[in-house]
Design a protein around this ligand. Structure first.
Ligand code: HEM
Length: 325
């Protein structure tokens, strides 16, 4: 397998892995801090209706993200092991090679920690989604799934460019905050979009006030995350670029410019949702148009998020400006 093919496979494995880890954390963060506070007694004509919708969506997304995270993580590990041994992929599948990387390298230690986090998320998920809501075990499982998925996502900083450069501690902290911020927004757009359209279809039992509250909470959180991603992203760029001109003179810089442009477009759509859609959702005469614009914008943002994740996957396999490699 040529180097280019191996790099392309690595970028593909990173894309799926970032997507799966971002989504898994987003499912639990969104349900606990955005959807659950809206799902209060009396919010729906039949109690439990809202929760049933929340659980169905969390179940489907978690059952998608968990195996995707494992499979892509294993592929990522094997490809990097092959690179470390300067071996063709087939030979890297030799147990000796993988065993050495697993037990003797930084990647191996971080992967062990991340496998434990993944197992924690697997253990917490079923009871959190099937046990009686409000029961002690259900509550504990929910927290286990949320914390395990946060650690699984945040620990990606330890296998990325966050671990290089003169200020590693600061860089790792910035990168971890950046990853968790991205796990709230824009990764939260998918559970939001699915729950919004599901609750909207239940208009006989769910009031528009509930949908307006859900949108209000989500867009307030999104605004905070846009600012957090902008600040931590700039800090990341400052630590990784050799200078501003790297943005247009290096492949790394040009991919980062594309990412910033995609981010700008997403923030623009978010501003329309916040300033135009949100205030009109509860209004009888304005809600249909506002809901239509909101649902369209959110779908567009989800598509742009997918592109950002692919760009991030590519950034991680390129030498940053400050470390031309
Ligand atoms: C939609 C918003 C954004 C999302 C979803 C996002 C997501 C991510 C993710 C998942 C990583 C990988 C971290 C790692 O490998 O350790 C990352 C890294 C990074 N992000 Fe962002 N980010 C966003 C916005 C931004 C913005 C606005 C900037 C710049 C102003 C930025 C600059 C960076 C840089 C420089 C890195 C390091 C890439 C590397 O070399 O591995 N990000 N981002």
């Amino acid at each position: 397998m040529s180097d280019l093919t191996a790099t392309a496979w690595l970028a593909a494995a990173r894309s799926v892995h970032f997507g799966a880890c971002l989504l898994l954390f987003a499912v639990w963060f969104f349900d606990r801090f955005i959807a659950a506070p809206v799902d209060v007694p009396g919010a729906a004509r039949t109690s439990g209706d809202l929760l049933a919708g929340r659980r169905t969506i969390a179940r489907r997304l978690a059952l998608l993200a968990l195996p995707a995270a494992l499979a892509s993580g294993v592929l990522w590990f094997v490809i990097v092991a092959a690179e470390m041994g300067d071996l063709p992929l087939a030979q890297a599948l030799d147990r000796g090679v993988l065993g050495t990387v697993w037990s003797k390298t930084h990647l191996g230690s971080v992967s062990k920690f991340r496998l434990i986090c993944w197992l924690g998320a697997c253990i917490g998920t079923p009871p959190a989604l099937y046990l009686r809501p409000g029961s002690f075990l259900c509550g504990v499982s929910n927290w286990v799934a949320l914390i395990a998925s946060a650690l699984l996502l945040g620990s990606l900083a330890w296998v990325g460019h966050g671990q290089i450069g003169p200020q590693v501690g600061f860089h790792l902290a910035i990168d971890t905050i950046h990853l968790l911020g991205a796990g709230c927004w824009p990764a939260g757009l998918l559970p939001f979009s699915l729950l919004f359209s599901r609750w909207k279809r239940m208009d006989k039992t769910v009031s528009w006030g509930v949908l307006a509250d859900l949108t209000h909470r989500f867009s307030a959180m999104s605004l905070a995350c846009v600012m957090l991603l902008g600040i931590t992203g700039l800090a990341n760029a400052w630590l990784l670029l050799g200078g501003v001109s790297d943005l247009w003179t290096t492949p790394y810089g040009r991919w980062l410019l594309l990412k910033i442009a995609l981010f700008g477009a997403m923030a623009g759509l978010g501003a329309i949702n916040l300033l135009y859609c949100r205030p009109r959702i509860a209004g009888d005469s304005t809600r249909t148009a506002a809901t239509g614009v909101l649902e369209f914008n959110v779908k567009l943002e989800i598509a742009l998020t997918t592109l950002v994740i692919v760009v991030v996957a590519i950034l991680g396999v390129l030498p940053p400006g400050s470390h031309p490699g």
